[in-house]
Structure formats: structure tokens, C-alpha cells
Design a protein around this ligand. Structure first.
Ligand code: GDP
Length: 143
């Protein structure tokens, strides 16, 4: 895995409920991201709780875990030069009302919580989050 060129995204359950998951993948591919690993799954409460542990003390934590376990999601490893910063820009602000035009969240998110997509916020977290969902064998394509 070349640090700096990969990031971890999750297409969140609201995007599957609204039938927008495919459009989001197409949007990302059109912006030059290559899918290197992907899984369609439903998170357990333990997985969602651990993934968002950094937010454990926040008032929205329980609601976030409940949302993230409410249906299908799709973790993916994406590759592009400068992937972490690029994807944060591509997805837009946490709240779609504040997201720039043309960003994934502006186009496809419902609300600040049901906001369609996750993206790692650092190279270190991209590596850690990729290993959270994928085995070393599955990450070989991203090397
Ligand atoms: P991100 O990096 O833009 O995804 O935002 P954060 O890391 O701050 O928050 C993680 C996730 O928690 C967000 O993507 C939202 O799904 C959810 N979230 C963040 N802030 C709020 C909030 O104020 N209220 C609610 N209900 N959910 C929030």
C-alpha cells in the first residue's frame, strides 16, 4: 500500500436505501479514484461502535451507531494521487447543507448524520481503517 495514494471510504446505509450507491461509485471513478478493495456488508453494533470510537463522548454517538448498523454499507479502498485530501474535497462538508456544489454529499446526502459517505481524514487513519475492514490479502491490489 503506497501511503499517500490510498484512502478508505464507506458508502453509508442511506445511500443504499435511496438507491444511490452505484451513482456514488460512478461519481468517484469519474473523478479518477480506482477501487482497490470493496465489500458489501452490514456493520454489527460492535464494529460501528469501534469504528467511530473517537466520537464515543459526542451526543450523536448512539444515533450514529444506530444509523450505521441500520442497513447495507460498502467499505472501499480507493487509490488516487493524494487520495486522502482529494477524497475529503470530493465528498464535501459533513452537513450536506454546507457542502460545495458538485460534491458527493451535496448531490446524494440526506442530512448531517445520513450523509452518504465516509472518508479517512489522514494517511495514518486510511491505513488503520483499511485494515479494519480488509485482510492483508485483500489489500494486495492497493499495494
Ligand atoms: P466526517 O469526517 O465529515 O464524516 O465527520 P465527523 O468525523 O465529524 O463525524 C462522523 C460522522 O458522524 C459524520 O459523517 C456524520 O454521519 C455523523 N455526525 C457528525 N456530526 C454530527 C452531528 O452533529 N449530529 C449527528 N446526528 N451526526 C453527526
Amino acid at each position: 500500500m503506497t501511503s499517500g495514494n490510498i484512502t478508505l471510504t464507506i458508502i453509508k446505509p442511506d445511500a443504499f436505501t435511496s438507491g444511490k450507491a452505484g451513482k456514488i461509485i460512478a461519481h468517484l471513478e469519474a473523478e479518477g479514484y480506482a477501487v482497490r478493495a470493496a465489500r458489501v456488508m452490514r456493520l454489527t453494533e460492535a464494529q460501528a461502535g469501534e469504528f467511530y470510537a473517537v466520537h464515543r463522548e459526542r451526543p450523536f454517538y448512539k444515533s450514529l451507531v444506530s444509523f450505521m448498523t441500520s442497513g447495507t454499507c460498502m467499505p472501499m479502498v480507493l487509490e488516487k494521487a493524494g487520495a486522502v485530501a482529494a477524497l475529503r474535497k470530493s465528498i464535501g462538508a459533513t452537513d450536506p447543507k454546507e457542502a460545495d456544489a458538485g460534491t458527493v454529499r451535496k448531490l446524494y446526502a440526506e442530512s448531517k448524520e445520513r450523509n452518504a459517505i465516509h472518508a479517512s481524514d489522514s494517511d495514518e487513519n486510511a491505513a488503520r481503517e483499511s485494515r479494519f475492514f480488509f485482510s492483508e490479502a485483500e489489500l494486495i491490489a492497493a499495494k
